[in-house]
Design a protein around this ligand. Structure first.
Ligand code: AMP
Ligand code: ZN
Length: 501
């Protein structure tokens, strides 16, 4: 990377931004906890994966070779009542647990594609790594940090904490004494010696559908174990970055660290990164609380929380407008602002790319405009270097955009900027929009985006005229024909909008 720049990342372990130093030069190993595939991902989940997509993309841009591992949880993640989420999904859909996993894994991939996220390098499944997890349980037992009770195996938290001062609580900041009283006891885990202990292998109960043989019982691994075992397998015992939403800090990530130490006396990740939550009505978006908007509802404009449909790229841009460590409240107003901001940025880029670069027009030395633009370009990259701060980068690009508009409106001469500065603006804009932010125009798949937009606006104008003359057959015919070709028209208080399904 550029000698004068350094990438800083906020590390949950230290509570500070640290200069990123990879374990192996020019390589990054990053593990991110993936979805539990028992139902459709909601927008909150999407925010976390879009945030890590930006991080992934920025590492690639800086020239790192990235191994990005994002797992699929398809066993062992229990609800508060102790039911395996996959069994719950299986009961609701009347499908085999593996059919449930397949259905929602495919749905998740499709959503990640629609949101234009790059696929991870490896996407391991918990059920595909049972031997690795059994081996890890054995290692923890061999090191005396777990015990067997009635066929289940429990991690001994007080012993681990006593032998490794400061380690338990290093991710979540929780104090062990508080945990004792806080930790809910599941009926299925009443064999535990201590409330803070947690199961790393669970003996199957009659209702459990996915079970495997092990030296201790026929059962299944505890949820936290899969990430410890799979990160070790694909990234090594100690790797660069481990990420997830900040709701996973406790117990999931805290227990992962304990397990890795327990198995090999070594820390899993050097840097722990946590994304903040997407909120709806000022509360964490969460499926179990019914406080959600699904991406599909948002794209189709059928959510009770929004006045219209929003295109996937607008939603992606909305997520980038905030830094990944800030909470983000989804409201109709915020989405409208994002839509405006997204369109403006894309439009500015179009104008910028069309500006002629004419070296012969230029009168010589670097001037104030050149210096201002170069400073803004620097600011955009510095924003990204400062813990991937997309909000700062977007603000800098918008300021560069005001130069573009001044030139386009002839408030500034084209030759007010040095040709190489103009060229640099063009490259920078494209780099940010395409490579770093991963934004594409939603209608590019149909060919000429401008043409499609123009035609759609004409069609909706004709429909609006028909409606004003109470010509319902024409209005309905237009809407139904568009629906048949995959374009959904939504009538709102400010007129009709459309979105490709
Ligand atoms: P799950 O499928 O519940 O295991 O969650 C998948 C990922 O989504 C985890 O990294 C969670 O931390 C993250 N997540 C869940 N809810 C939200 C939310 N409201 N905002 C941002 N990320 C979330
Ligand atoms: Zn995990």
């Amino acid at each position: 990377m550029n000698e004068t720049r350094a990438l800083k990342i906020y590390n949950t372990l230290s509570g500070k931004k640290e200069i990123f130093e990879p374990i192996v030069a020019d390589h990054v190993g990053m593990y991110v906890c993936g979805p539990t595939v028992y139902n459709d991902a909601h927008l909150g989940n999407c925010r976390t994966y879009v945030s890590f997509d930006i991080i992934h993309r920025y590492f690639l841009l800086l020239g790192y070779k990235v191994r990005y591992v994002r797992n699929i949880t398809d066993v062992g993640h229990l609800t508060d009542d102790g039911e395996d989420r996959m069994s719950k999904g299986s009961k609701l859909t009347q499908l085999e647990p593996m059919e449930v996993a397949q259905r929602y894994t495919l749905g998740f991939h499709e959503m990640m594609r629609i949101l234009n996220t790059l696929p991870p390098s490896i996407e391991p499944r918990a059920t595909g790594h049972i031997p690795e997890q059994i081996e890890m349980v054995q290692q923890i037992l061999d090191r005396g940090l777990a015990y067997v009770r009635n066929g289940s195996v429990y991690f001994n938290v007080p012993k681990f904490a006593a032998e490794n001062p400061g380690k338990y609580g290093s991710v979540s900041g929780r104090v062990l004494d508080d945990l004792y009283s806080e930790t809910r006891e599941l009926k299925s885990q009443e064999d535990k010696d201590h409330p803070a202990d947690f199961a790393i292998w669970m003996k199957a109960r009659p209702q459990d559908l996915m079970v495997w043989n092990s030296p201790w019982s026929t059962g299944f691994p505890g949820w936290h174990l899969e990430c410890s075992a799979m990160s070790t397998k694909y990234l090594g015992k100690t790797f660069d970055i481990h990420g997830g939403g900040n709701d996973l800090k406790f117990p999931h990530h805290e227990n992962e660290v304990a397990q890795n130490f327990g198995a090999c006396n070594c820390a899993p990740a050097r840097v722990w990164m946590h994304t903040n939550m997407l909120l709806l009505n000022n509360k964490k978006m969460s499926k179990s609380d019914g406080n959600t908007i699904s991406p599909a509802e948002l794209f189709a404009g059928t959510s009770e929380h929004t006045s219209k449909a929003y295109a996937p790229m607008v939603v992606r841009f909305f997520m980038l407008m905030a830094h990944y460590r800030s909470t983000l409240d989804i409201t109709d107003d915020a989405l409208l602002a994002a839509e405006k901001g997204f369109k403006k940025l894309m439009e500015t880029n179009k104008i910028l790319q069309a500006l002629p670069v004419n070296a012969s027009d230029y009168d010589g030395a670097e001037n104030d405009h050149d210096r201002a633009v170069l400073q803004l370009i620097e600011e955009a990259f510095r924003g990204m270097d400062d813990d991937f701060n997309t909000a700062i980068a977007i603000a800098a690009l918008n300021e560069i955009g005001s130069f573009v508009h001044k030139i386009a409106n002839q408030q500034l001469e084209t030759n007010a900027l040095a040709p190489w500065v103009l060229e640099k603006m063009k490259v920078t804009f494209n780099t940010f929009i395409v490579d770093i932010f991963g934004l594409n125009s939603d209608s590019t798949e149909t060919g000429d985006e401008g043409t499609v937009d123009g035609l759609m606006s004409l069609i909706l104008d004709i429909r609006s005229q028909a409606r004003s003359q109470k010509d319902w057959p024409t209005s309905d015919k237009i809407r139904d024909t568009l629906t048949a070709v995959g374009i959904l028209v939504k009538d709102g208080k400010d007129g009709a909008t459309w979105v490709k399904q």
